[in-house]
Design a protein around this ligand. Structure first.
Ligand SMILES: [Zn+2]
Length: 486
């Protein structure tokens, strides 16, 4: 291959780092599984992938959660951070580095970045008065409230007045706006780009980057009476993550190719973060994809409603790969959607037990009666395959995970129908083995192709099917045994 002497292209993708005030839930899993599928897809294309995830561990909310749990903040963070790691391991997430904001190296990077910004003259001290939601860890404008409450937390924000350090955001807004308009930072899906451009029309002031009354965090390097604002601390993870891993990955991987985020943190990632990078003279992220949210049976997932879904429970019920599939196949990536455990079970039976599992079992069953013979496929089916692969590629290039899965499942149902139509059991009975061999070979090739397309989404299943296709082994347990509903 020509790759050997050329630097292959790289792909640096990130999830948000997750706030450790509580253990991982379905929302975290959604972003992370999506990122994992994309990381695996880009590795398949022989790109050098750097996939970063981690945990956001500073701020008042975490100190409060630690107090509630009767733990020291660091001890509390260690425990929850570990739960995230374990959950990602259970979901077979292939991240390259897991960053923690309480790590010494991250802390050093944050200090270094802040000193750099100060040297550039874009940081100043000023009095600030505003409404602060500790749930969001951010100041809200009165306009953003509904019935005087934070929309996300249904809590009344506190009125805070303090002296903080500020970042001269305004200086960078015109340049940033142009870059977003021209897709220098591509914001996806397109309706989110429109939303971001709308933000520029609002009066946006500079933003404060330190807090006076927050104890649990990184101290401002030149003023220990102030703590670095937890969002500034968190965003810098995308830089420190490349420096924390063994050997500095910064030179190889910067800039970020894709930030995957949820819509609640849009402003931080599309305005504050790129503006900070402009000030630092660093290249901006190439793409930011904003995904939607789940409701569960029509309601927002919340502790008080008791409908928070633990991804580990799904793994216990469905298995790892089925959980990955079920989460990504609910609705288009980028849109909002609703899930219900009952529908997940139905989809499992329809798509996995009766769909993919059934197709493999039928092939293996027939193979016991008759050897597979290689035949020359006609041009038509070759063309069809190329077309299909292109459609799949295009979907994944545009982060359309749901559509990519639809393409695969179209193929699966095509081959199940093909078997129904060709009635191979009659051929077996009538001992028309030549005809049967041809059918078997077609299904064999079809499944091989399906396996290839499945790899980013269901890596273990793909491997298992591959093994079955290679070896003439006896049929074993069903791949996805049917399950009862919830
Ligand atoms: Zn809030």
């Amino acid at each position: 291959m020509i790759y050997s002497h050329l630097m292959s292209s790289k792909f640096y993708l990130t999830t948000p780092i997750y706030y450790v005030n509580d253990k991982p839930h379905l929302g975290h899993a959604y972003t992370t599984i999506a990122a994992d599928a994309l990381a695996r897809y880009h590795r398949m294309k022989k790109e050098e992938v750097f996939f970063l995830t981690g945990t956001d561990e500073h701020g008042t909310k975490i100190m409060e959660a630690a107090e509630k749990a009767n733990k020291k903040p660091k001890e509390f963070c260690d425990q929850i951070s570990q739960e995230f790691k374990k959950t990602w391991q259970n979901l077979n997430i292939s991240y390259d580095y897991f960053i923690r904001t309480t790590s010494k190296k991250h802390q050093k990077t944050v200090e270094k970045i802040l000193l750099k910004l100060k040297k550039k003259g874009v940081i100043y001290k000023s009095k600030y008065k505003g409404l602060y939601c500790s749930g969001c860890e951010k100041f809200l404008r009165r306009k953003e409230l509904i019935n005087n409450l934070c929309v996300f937390h249904q809590k009344k924000p506190k009125e805070i007045s303090e002296e903080n350090y500020f970042f001269s955001l305004k200086e960078y807004l015109p340049q940033l706006k142009k870059m977003i308009e021209k897709d220098k930072i591509k914001i996806l899906p397109p309706e989110r780009k429109a939303e971001v451009l709308g933000l520029f029309k609002q009066k946006t002031g500079d933003f404060s980057i330190s807090r006076e009354k927050v104890e649990w965090g990184i101290k401002m390097p030149w003023d220990k009476s102030q703590t670095v604002y937890v969002w500034v601390d968190a965003l810098i993870n995308y830089l420190s993550g490349t420096e924390c891993s063994e050997n500095s990955k910064f030179k190889r991987y910067w800039p970020v190719d894709l930030h995957l985020i949820g819509k609640d943190i849009l402003k931080f990632h599309t305005i504050y973060w790129p503006a900070m990078l402009l000030a630092l003279g660093l290249e901006l992220p190439k793409q930011i994809f904003i995904h939607g949210y789940f409701t569960v049976d029509g309601q927002k997932m919340s502790k008080s409603l008791g409908n928070v879904i633990d991804p580990n429970d799904l793994i216990r019920k469905f298995g790892v790969d089925a959980t990955r599939y079920l989460i990504l196949s609910q609705f288009p990536f980028g849109a909002d959607g609703d899930i219900s455990l009952k529908r997940l079970a139905e989809k499992y039976n329809a798509d996995l037990a009766n769909g993919l599992g059934n197709l493999l079992n039928r092939l293996l069953g027939m193979r016991e009666k008759c050897k597979i013979k290689k035949i020359n496929l006609n041009e038509k089916s070759e063309r069809k395959r190329t077309k299909l692969q292109k459609k799949y590629e295009k979907a994944l290039q545009n982060f359309q995970l749901y559509e990519a899965l639809l393409i695969i499942w179209d193929r699966i149902s095509y081959f199940n129908k093909y078997i129904d139509k060709k009635t191979p059991w009659i051929l077996i009975r009538e001992k028309k083995l030549d005809k049967l061999k041809e059918i078997l070979y077609n299904i064999h090739i079809g499944l091989k192709e399906i396996v290839f397309l499945l790899k980013p989404f269901m890596p273990q299943t793909a491997e298992e099917i591959e093994k079955n296709l290679k070896k003439e082994i006896k049929r074993r347990r069903a791949l996805f045994p049917r399950i009862n509903s919830f």
